[in-house]
Design a protein around this ligand. Structure first.
Ligand SMILES: Cc1ncc(COP(=O)(O)O)c(C=O)c1O
Length: 513
């Protein structure tokens, strides 16, 4: 008891009734912390509030209030005539005494989660495939980054504020897992006129991201061991979602017409699902030909398989008319169509949509409800106004012109500074261009070196599953103003020089040994 009194006195020493936290709260917090980190063990008796108050020179009410709170939260047991004791029902990790000098002992739940051993088989796959969601600043060359400098933030703020003011209470409630109905209607009407998608508003489910659509679809449609045709090279987020569902992935190469259906038919004719980005293949930038689209649909119908059409950035088309979505050609309800506002407007918006075949809608909504309910109603409502009042259409028109200008600047700067060291892929659509390295350096080395110079490009090779990936760079152009793009192209040329130089030195060194 003497020991506990001494420990408590030194623990509570120096507390001051300064502005901010009331004194009783400080006493409570210190004792609670000492119980949690094992300084006080369960069943240990603490001094009476009277003794403590006298020794500390505090009012007894202060100490009494702190003890009452600790008792209410189950940290202390108080018995009339016997005193106050540290509760005996605290979990083991709380009871185990702290070793001097050791870091605070961590609850085993958290500690174990850091290792894979405690995970389910499915959890282990997820842990390995999970994308690393680093916050990404809009550095030059980051792919899929919209022009945040050109977004009408004031208009957006006004629409949000107006909705909050006028409909705050209604929009603060739970909403439908399928999304805010007026937004579903607006999306259906936009998709039918702009993308040739054939759907009613009931088929539109609002999501936080196209990524969520990939994850929901994988969970709903794939059993462990099912085979998926995946574009080679292809989008890493889709691959991760399919793997997390336990699917086996068959890489199907992309040629000048898009996914090579014949290879898919030979390698895995019985696949359950095909994932495609037909408007603007990610990352190569190819548009899938009509013949391939029809072949793909015919296979899906024959095979009773699904197609996920990821239409992630088709809004930005710089030559001719955009080709309509595969979904619009589907007569047997095999296509799940995904689109996103996160690239068209801004990434942290987290609003996207899935158009489900009629028979699948209810199941998608059920899976969506299970995953996170729905996106915030306020931003869904503000986006409905943004579309309905014409801001969306005018932003798209402006961004098409702006991105075209940025693309032209980039291509021009690459030809000036980088020349034949990079071979360029198609750049008539989208927000990035895929390039191939003509030198011998690895794209990983170049991207790593570029990162130290502030460049945000990605390797081409990381998008491959097979053994012989092409080496190249995926260069985003939409997110950076022209001056920055020119400077970035010059920096890239320096990076390529430096990477080549260091490779030559390494080769010479190896030859001398
Ligand atoms: C091809 C492709 N599909 C889907 C996504 C995910 O989009 P969202 O941000 O809407 O989840 C991305 C993101 O970069 C992408 O590149």
């Amino acid at each position: 008891m003497k020991q506990a009194t001494g420990a408590l006195l030194s623990l509570l020493n120096g507390l001051a009734d300064t502005a901010g936290t009331p004194l009783y709260r400080q006493v409570y917090a210190r004792i609670r912390g000492a119980i949690l980190d094992g300084t006080f063990r369960s069943a240990q008796r603490l001094p009476s509030t009277r003794t403590l108050a006298t020794d500390l020179g505090m009012s007894r009410i202060t100490v009494e209030t702190a003890f009452t709170q600790l008792q209410a939260e189950g940290f202390l047991v108080r018995r009339v005539g016997a005193g106050s004791f540290v509760a005996g029902v605290l979990p083991d990790y709380i009871r185990s005494p702290r070793r001097p000098g050791s870091r605070r002992s961590m609850p085993p739940v958290i500690a174990r989660r850091q290792g894979e051993a405690a995970l389910s088989a499915r959890g282990r796959v997820i842990a390995r495939t999970a994308l690393a969601p680093e916050p990404c600043d809009p550095r030059p060359f980051i792919p899929c980054m919209p022009a945040l400098d050109a977004f009408p933030h004031d208009t957006w703020a006004r629409l949000l504020a107006r909705r909050a003011r006028r409909h705050g209470a209604a929009l603060s409630c739970y909403g439908s897992a399928a999304g805010y109905r007026p937004l579903r209607e607006a999306v259906a009407s936009y998709l039918s006129s702009a993308r040739g998608v054939r759907c009613t508003w009931e088929q539109v489910v609002i999501l936080t991201g196209a990524q969520q659509g990939l994850e929901l679809s994988s969970r709903l449609l794939l059993d462990p061991g099912d085979v998926v045709w995946h574009e080679e090279p292809g989008y890493l987020g889709a691959r991760a979602a399919f793997l997390a569902a336990g699917a086996r992935i068959t890489p199907v190469p992309v040629d000048g017409q898009g996914l090579d259906i014949r290879v898919g038919l030979t390698a895995a004719p019985g696949a359950r699902l095909a994932y495609v980005t037909p408007s603007h293949q990610y990352p190569l930038g190819i548009t899938m030909s009509l013949t391939r689209r029809l072949e793909l649909l015919a296979w899906a119908e024959r095979q009773d398989a699904w197609i996920i059409e990821d239409d992630y950035d088709s809004e930005f088309h710089y030559r001719g008319r955009p080709i309509a979505a595969v979904q619009g050609l589907d007569t047997s309800g095999r296509v799940i169509y995904l689109g996103s506002f996160n690239k068209v407007l801004f990434p942290s918006l987290r609003l996207a949509y899935l158009v489900a075949p009629v028979d699948l809608v209810e199941n998608v909504v059920a899976a969506r409800a299970l995953s996170d309910g729905h996106p915030p109603l306020l931003s869904q409502a503000a986006l409905t106004d943004f579309i309905g009042e014409g801001h969306f259409g005018s932003h798209l028109r402006q961004m098409r012109a702006l991105y075209q200008e940025r693309r032209d600047v980039l291509l021009d700067a690459l030809s000036t500074f980088v020349g034949s060291r990079l071979r360029l892929g198609p750049a008539d659509t989208g927000m990035h261009v895929a390039t191939w390295l003509t030198g011998a350096c690895s794209d990983e080395a170049i991207v790593a070196l570029g990162a130290t110079r502030g460049l945000g490009m990605r390797t081409l090779s990381c998008h491959y599953i097979g053994q012989s990936p092409s080496r190249g760079l995926v260069l985003g152009f939409s997110g950076s103003p022209p001056d920055q793009l020119r400077r970035a192209a010059r920096t890239l040329a320096e990076v390529l020089d430096a990477a080549d130089g260091s490779r030559r030195r390494q080769t010479r060194g190896a030859a001398r040994q």
